[in-house]
Design a protein around this ligand. Structure first.
Ligand SMILES: NC(=O)c1ccc[n+]([C@@H]2O[C@H](COP(=O)([O-])OP(=O)(O)OC[C@H]3O[C@@H](n4cnc5c(N)ncnc54)[C@H](OP(=O)(O)O)[C@@H]3O)[C@@H](O)[C@H]2O)c1
Length: 280
């Protein structure tokens, strides 16, 4: 087991942290790390069995409290259920981690419209609803914060992943604006912008080929860096050198060039058809 960082313990020890999308990938890694830093956890996602197993492990290994609130966060009533359950149990959330999210890849005109809308509801709607629902007590305490998981896709338009990239652009912009509003309150906000990470994300998004291996990070490396940046009070964190260079390029190069390069990447990953099908 890792030795907890002293300053990280100061932020999280004996505080309640709500982690969405905790049933796999980055969310599961976040929950494990936060438990090592002494946080009590509210874990949410749809797969209840996985959340219950994780909660039981964390209680046993780290001696923390862990609550499971299963919910479909792509539905506004799912988000309401989480907020109501937190209130009913008299738990004050000090830190909110909006991590649940998914992507889809392919020509927009051919993607399932229901799934595209659900993606916006989850990647954007749930972030707004949960943040608005939980920020008040943090402000009253003058302590805590919001960690939103965005993506390097949020720095630029990504053809053949149009809705996903736009949803993450929302998260980046929203978080940076919120961080500025929160200046001086004692409450922090940070957007985590990973590039490709080894999780179930790529399969769920329908990628046929993996991303370039030198750009792919582990969940462990991603979350270790992210929590350290959050602790330092950073507002935006992009893990890994390759992702950092890509993020910078997206900001300084002309839009046309950046979008062209993204199209080429999507072709290589097998998600951009040579020609659009007219039936969409
Ligand atoms: N992996 C990458 O390459 C990468 C890169 C950049 C950004 N990200 C972002 O990182 C975040 C975590 O993704 P991941 O990489 O860890 O992928 P993942 O392993 O597929 O995890 C996604 C998580 O979101 C939850 N989720 C999906 N739909 C949900 C819904 N309708 N309601 C509630 N929870 C839902 C899933 O749980 P259930 O299925 O149990 O509901 C799961 O816990 C996402 O926001 C993603 O956009 C990932």
């Amino acid at each position: 087991m890792l030795k907890p960082l002293h300053s990280m313990r100061k932020i999280f020890e004996n505080r309640w942290v709500l982690v969405t999308g905790a049933s796999s990938g980055l969310g599961e890694e976040l929950a494990k790390r936060l438990a090592q830093h002494g946080a009590h956890l509210v874990l949410s996602a749809r797969r209840e069995d996985r959340l219950e197993n994780l909660a039981a492990d964390l209680r046993r290994v780290n001696g923390i409290d862990a609550l499971v609130i299963p919910a479909d966060l792509a539905r506004p009533d799912g988000v309401e259920r989480v907020l109501a359950a937190v209130r009913e149990r008299n738990v004050t959330i000090s830190h909110l981690v909006n991590n649940a999210g998914f992507g889809s890849a392919g020509a927009f005109s051919e993607l399932d419209p229901q799934r595209e809308s659900a993606m916006v509801e989850l990647n954007v709607g749930a972030v707004v609803r949960l943040t608005r629902g939980l920020l008040g007590p943090m402000l009253r305490a003058g302590d805590g914060g919001v960690l939103n998981v965005a993506s390097t896709a949020g720095f630029q338009p990504v053809p053949f992943m149009a809705t996903y990239a736009a949803s993450k652009a929302f998260v980046v912009s929203f978080t940076l604006a919120l961080a500025a509003e929160l200046e001086g309150t004692g409450v922090r906000a940070m957007a985590l912008c990973p590039g490709p990470v080894q999780t179930g994300f790529q399969a769920a998004a329908g990628f046929q080929r993996p991303a370039l291996s030198f750009a792919v990070l582990t969940p462990n490396r991603t979350i270790r860096g992210a929590l350290a940046a959050y602790e330092r009070g950073e507002h935006l964190y992009t893990p890994g050198l390759v992702n950092g260079v890509q993020a910078l390029a997206a900001r300084v190069l002309p839009h046309g060039l950046v979008t062209w390069a993204a199209t080429r990447t999507m072709r290589r990953l097998g998600r951009a058809p040579a020609k659009l099908n007219a039936k969409g």
